[in-house]
Design a protein around this ligand. Sequence first.
Ligand code: KG4
Ligand code: ZN
Length: 356
Amino acid sequence: KKRPLVLGIESSCDDTGAAIVDESGHILGDALYSQHLIHLNHGGIIPPIAKDLHIKYINPIVSQALERAGVTPKDLSAIATTVKPGLPMSLMVGLLYGTKMAKEHNKPFIPIHHMQAHALTVRMVEKVNFPFMVFLVSGGHCLLAVVKDVDEFYLLGNELDDAPGEALDKVARRLKLRNIPGYETLSGGGAIEKMAKLGDHLSIRFPVVMTQTLNCNFSFAGLKQRAQEIIQEEEQKYGIVADEIIPTVANFCASFQYAVARHMIRRLERALIYAEAKGFIPERPKSMVLSGGVACNEFIRDAVRQVCNKYDYELFCPPPKLCTDNGIMIAWNGMEKWIAGKGITKDIDSITVENK
Ligand code: KG4
Ligand code: ZN
């Protein structure tokens, strides 16, 4: 019997990714082109530029993944592709490519929800059983959900305005951290984390936000706003541009990172109390999965780990390579759906992309 293989294609934002995985979570081959550095020069993602880069790279990336895996399209059991949520123009590139390939080789096509893929990736590398709690923190999202099954998610809360990565990126850009030697290629969040290690997180006070809100949602726009005001005040006082390693910048980064982490875990704690009351996660040990680009942050990880310990959850974090956007997680989600016999599209031409 031939072992099942699924090709996954990701193009929802600024990464073109492809990978082939088998049913045990073994990665046969993967390839990724990140537009990260190009968008850094524009101060943010410009959708038509992202689309053009996906168009340029999608064929080389998929071909490279197949080549590395030593397989051809005819060896595949199914083709999985991200269709939501994301930038519609970017998603469209993957959808057209994936469906064309599925038709050409007469393969089942599995549309993938990018956030669900993030949530399930951990199951490639660790035994995490349903139901489990997932906390997804990235440049585009801050989302807490109960994962009940491969295709069954219960949303507990999400971002009302900025996502945490977005806030970290904006502040890093405002501080011009990228001008500092050794920081040139780091993401905004990565740069703030590195700088924060040199500072005191209690040196600058940020407000505690959403103290009266009786749900599990998140808001980072107020913290970002306050951060920008503080930077401006400092600049006026000292007439400096904060692009060198000076104690003020380090203290500021440490304090801002602390404020972001504090907001995340305060809301998380609410959600865990609510989940407990509702009996959402009955099994022990209870599992919590932390993923998304911001989950690479060790300070934030440790903060989340403390809350998990308090509420008797075991914390799972996929390795950084699997936390950020990639084709592997799409292939794996496709594989989980393929195994469960769920989500294979009958009418391939009816599939559309969605930004939400
Ligand atoms: O999941 P991801 O690769 O892409 C999406 O946003 O979907 O996450 C990217 C985000 C960026 O905002 C980046 O600044 C943030 O993850 N990030 C970090 C770190 N590394 C990446 N944030 C905090 N600390 C880090 N070490
Ligand atoms: Zn993502």
